[in-house]
Write a protein of this length. Structure first.
Length: 132
């Protein structure tokens, strides 16, 4: 079994929607609906008074959806992890449309749950440079 994680950065965005909670709530609602995600409760939001940037988090039965906006840098970071495979979503097109992003970087990571014996043996220990 393999999960999928998307790590997405959007650059050259219009700062106004990056500072707008309703826009961010709308983005999450669209993703939940179009990707058939299952929130475990209400999304949590925090807007920072100094920069007007927004952090949002949905706990999903599939895992999580998170965002961080940086209006002062005209950028947005998204992270979606699903424990079950999902269809691709047009991150680039949606972020260009909603935020006027000039560039979007989408990384799709396969997250296998079971490793082979060779993969386990060759894995590095996170706390140092030692091999397991």
């Amino acid at each position: 079994m393999t999960g999928v994680e998307w790590v997405v950065e959007a650059y050259g965005c219009n700062p106004a929607p990056l500072s707008d909670l309703d826009t961010m709530r709308g983005l999450f609602a669209r993703m939940v609906r179009e990707l058939n995600l299952h929130p475990c409760g209400e999304a949590q939001w925090r807007q920072f008074p100094e920069s007007r940037g927004i952090t949002g988090l949905y706990l999903l039965s599939e895992s999580h959806l998170a965002c961080h906006t940086f209006p002062e840098y005209s950028s947005l970071c998204l992270n979606l992890f699903c424990c079950r495979p999902r269809t691709e979503w047009d991150f680039s097109g949606q972020l260009r449309q909603i935020f006027g992003a000039q560039g979007v970087n989408v990384r799709r990571l396969e997250r296998p749950y079971v490793a082979s014996a060779d993969e386990v043996a060759s894995a590095c220990v996170v706390s140092g440079s030692h091999k397991a």
